[in-house]
Design a protein around this ligand. Structure first.
Ligand SMILES: [Zn+2]
Length: 185
């Protein structure tokens, strides 16, 4: 499948889209990137996630809490999906036409969580290859996920305001915050 690229901004997607489609995503992701630092200062990881409905109502917003919760799966997406499901009282979010906005591309675990949740659209900032290059996190193996999501009717848009996101991650590393990952042989 072709990954559609907008001319000016290198936004990638698994559907053909017009730039105005991602205007709201740009605002939300920019706002979140600018809040990352305050969460990091409270011990969170450098990733934020928010879930909105198709009318623009905020359903949940969470940061990565791996370190402060001592839990390897407390990624921002998992935290936000759990909060949304609790709030809406269901394990199946598909009826609500929800959109998930994330400061960086979901890792392999979070892609699975999004798939199971019934969320319909994914918008993210920094691509995994850039997250890994900057931070050293291992985002996992995710073959053809754009294509696999498209097959399931889940639209995805990435590399949104990525330059800002990369600066946020570089600062996290520069400031000496923990890069949590298991030891590998
Ligand atoms: Zn994740």
């Amino acid at each position: 499948m072709t990954q559609f690229t907008s001319k000016n901004e290198n936004i990638i997607s698994n559907e053909q889209f017009t730039p105005d489609k991602i205007l709201q995503a740009k605002k939300i992701i920019t706002t979140m990137q600018n809040k990352v630092q305050s969460y990091v200062e409270e011990g969170h990881g450098p990733f934020l996630c928010a879930i909105y409905d198709d009318k623009g109502n905020l359903i949940s917003k969470c940061a990565n809490s791996v370190v402060n919760d001592a839990c390897s799966n407390c990624h921002a997406e998992i935290n936000a999906i759990k909060e949304a499901e609790r709030k809406l009282g269901t394990y199946d979010l598909s009826q609500f036409n929800l959109r998930i906005y994330i400061t960086s591309e979901p890792c392999m675990m979070c892609l699975g969580a999004i798939l199971w949740s019934g969320i319909k659209e994914v918008y993210y900032g920094v691509q995994s290859k850039d997250v890994e290059a900057i931070t050293g996190y291992d985002e996992g193996f995710k073959p053809n996920w754009f294509e696999e999501f498209a097959k399931r009717g889940i639209r995805a848009y990435g590399n949104i305001e990525a330059d800002l996101g990369k600066e946020v991650l570089k600062k996290y590393v520069r400031d000496g915050h923990v890069i949590y990952k298991p030891l590998r042989k």
